[in-house]
Design a protein around this ligand. Structure first.
Ligand code: F6P
Length: 318
């Protein structure tokens, strides 16, 4: 039976991570466990920056964006000797269970740690919504609301100037932020890995928009095309002058939405329950309306299955 757990956030921060830390801390204390917060993810674990957390340590944190524990991307964590040093630090505090809140890279680190004997349960925290086995990752809802708010503002100026706005959103290699944003703003085009890119279709859709309105919106997932170059093409081949905007890290900030706070809370509680039940190399997921626990390996498989259906819906709306 575990007695002391550690909690950390790792990888890109996501709104709602604080709610997850709070839930882990409060649920664990309620079950009689001691909780330790690890600063800056695996980096703080390696550097022994670990502090005891109490109920009060997590007060007033839920509504704040980012992660109050800090986060980092530690490439060196794929080296066994680095992980061993980090593990030795956990042993100094007699920590026997770990909750890792983060994305797929953080899960890989967690899996490696569990293979070295630490009980690890992951909680999906990334704005990208790109973790397998779960329909939802903490931070996604806040990020898409931020993106939609930004595009709505860009539409005002596009409309005034008779322009096409081309907006690049985040997502690493996943199109979910782009697809949801494009759907919510009624974009003319959505360019992402899942839908592909057809320049002629882009031009045709923008020309079609120009026949009946004063602006057009193109949402582009990052790592797909140069939005500046696309703006040049649209300006040359359609009646609209185009402007490109890269939304960037603004999508990672801000107070989490209700959905992110609530899912983070439920997932944090579930992670603690899983550790108490004796689970390791598992992670929490949201599937078919329920919070569940699955092996981490399952979460590392890409299984976005409903995208083609979404594409068909888009084509009807364009
Ligand atoms: O994984 C979250 C994310 O924001 C991705 O959408 C993006 O590609 C990446 O992180 C950016 O990472 P960084 O903040 O390290 O530049």
């Amino acid at each position: 039976m575990i007695k002391r757990i550690g909690v950390l956030t790792s990888g890109g921060d996501a709104p709602g991570m604080n709610a997850a830390i709070r839930a882990v801390t409060r649920a664990a204390i309620a079950k009689g466990l001691e909780v330790f917060g690890i600063h800056d993810g695996y980096l703080g674990m390696y550097e022994n920056r670990i502090e005891r957390l109490y109920r009060k340590s997590v007060s007033e944190k839920m509504r704040i964006g980012g992660t109050f524990l800090g986060t980092a991307r530690l490439k060196e964590f794929d080296r066994k000797e680095v992980r061993q040093m980090a593990l030795d630090n956990l042993h100094k505090y007699q920590i026997d269970g770990l909750v890792v809140i983060g994305g797929d890279g953080s899960y890989r680190g967690g899996l490696d740690l569990s293979n070295m004997g630490m009980a690890v349960v992951g909680v999906p925290g990334t704005i990208d919504n790109d973790i397998g086995g779960t329909d939802y990752t903490i931070g996604f809802d806040t990020a898409i609301n931020t993106a939609v708010d930004a595009v709505d503002k860009l539409r005002d100026t596009s409309n005034s100037h008779r322009r096409c706005s081309i907006i690049e959103v985040m997502g690493r290699n996943c199109g979910d932020i782009a697809i949801w944003t494009a759907m919510a703003v009624g974009a003319e085009v959505c360019i992402c890995k899942e839908f592909g890119i057809d320049l002629q279709e882009v031009i045709d859709n923008v020309r079609k928009a120009a026949q009946s309105k004063r602006h057009a919106i193109i949402v582009v997932a990052e790592n797909m095309v140069s939005v500046e170059e696309l703006a040049r093409q649209v300006t040359e081949n359609t009646p609209f002058e185009a402007r490109a905007t890269v939304l960037g890290h603004i999508q990672r900030g801000g107070s989490p939405t209700v959905r992110d706070r609530v899912y983070a809370s439920m997932m944090g509680v579930k992670a603690v329950a899983a550790l108490i039940e004796g689970k390791s190399h598992h992670c929490v997921c949201y599937r078919k309306g329920k919070i569940a626990v699955i092996p981490i390996e399952e979460a590392l498989i890409d299984n976005n299955t409903d995208l083609l259906e979404k594409y068909e819906i888009f084509k009807l709306l364009w």
